[in-house]
Ligand binder design. Structure first.
Ligand SMILES: [Zn+2]
Ligand SMILES: [Zn+2]
Length: 331
């Protein structure tokens, strides 16, 4: 049903053994990338090569990606995109790609009319809103000077850039996207900039559901069973800090391990996978132990973890060791 590959578990910047955010999800209707921070393509290529050489029968091919979803425009979540698109072009990709990100109505309208002008000082528009970033990336990627084939200026594969106007905290269902039988729902979160979590659910025969929080502080209004219209199979939630740093978490719009565990309870998630650890967290077991005080099915993720959610809602975790994967006990 779903294979979710966690390709970065560090918050804000890479450390020696953790990269910044990036996830690859395979679904029966096509594959999705959720966030791709700096260096994402290198990680995915290495990950796929190791999978190819491993007997577990799971793959993460770049060519199978149909949709890229963003949670918010902080660099550790989106800055890997432009070089990744360039590599797809160099590899001769012809299949279309859809890229979806949260924005605001004001930013979308302003950018349509005024792109290239300085943002007025009294404006609420964030200079790194996706409405502006998308235009910059689009110009850059589709420009003549970046095109290796001088006879054809448009040899980039078709890219559909979709901005979702986020207003308030109600979940937003996406009616149009290329993944048949998959429902994509943006859940507005609280991170000081326009931000969403992504609820990805299968609609056909069985209803399996994964939520990826992106960065957020606690008390997101829709992170509960009623607003999400049912319980979750798998919750991937940020846990940047431990509870002794909860003031820091509030100040920087992040969550603690206890916050993540509370969301797991409120969303009736079978498994909680925690990511986005501050580089000051030296041992992720402290995160895991803290969350388990409230919710024993809590796991601090490692780069390379693969969660498999089957049709019956059974979830298994494959963890990487020496370039191969083993079953990690989640019972
Ligand atoms: Zn982040
Ligand atoms: Zn952030």
């Amino acid at each position: 049903m779903f294979d979710l590959h966690i390709l970065g578990t560090s918050g804000s910047r890479p450390t020696t053994n953790r990269s910044v955010s990036g996830n690859y999800l395979s679904t029966p209707s096509g594959n999705i990338v959720i966030d791709c921070g700096e260096g994402f393509q290198n990680r995915l290529i290495k990950h796929e090569l190791d999978l190819k050489n491993s007997p577990i029968g799971i793959r993460a091919r770049v060519s199978k990606i149909k949709v890229i979803l963003f949670t918010h425009s902080h660099f550790d979540h989106c800055w890997g995109l432009p070089p990744f698109l360039k590599t797809m072009q160099l590899d001769g990709r012809t299949k279309p790609l859809t890229i979806i990100a949260p924005s605001t109505k004001v930013a979308i309208e302003w950018t349509k009319k005024n792109y290239g002008s300085p943002i007025p000082s009294d404006s609420e528009i964030n200079p790194s809103d996706f409405a502006i970033l998308f235009r910059e990336w689009q110009n850059h990627i589709e420009s003549k000077s970046n095109n290796n084939n001088n006879n054809n200026n448009n040899n980039i594969f078709p890219i559909e850039w979709i901005l979702i106007p986020v207003d308030g905290y109600a979940p937003i269902n996406l009616p149009n996207h290329p993944l048949n039988d998959i429902q994509l729902t943006a859940i507005p979160t609280k991170h000081g900039v326009t931000s969403v979590g992504w609820l990805i659910s299968s609609q056909n025969k069985v209803n399996r559901r994964i939520l990826i929080s992106g960065d957020t502080t606690n008390n997101v209004p829709a992170f509960n069973v009623m607003s999400l219209k049912g319980p979750l199979d798998l919750l991937i939630h940020e846990a940047t800090f431990t509870n002794d740093l909860s003031e820091k978490a509030d100040k920087h719009w992040h969550s603690t391990a206890l916050d993540a565990a509370r969301v797991a309870i409120d969303t009736k998630a079978k498994i909680l996978g925690m990511v986005h650890f501050s580089p000051r967290i030296k041992d992720s077991k402290t995160i895991e132990n803290e969350a388990r005080k409230l919710n024993d099915k809590s796991f601090a993720c490692e780069d390379g973890d693969i969660f498999q959610v089957d049709n019956n809602g059974e979830i298994s975790l494959m963890r990487k060791h020496n370039n191969s994967w083993f079953h990690y006990d989640t019972s």
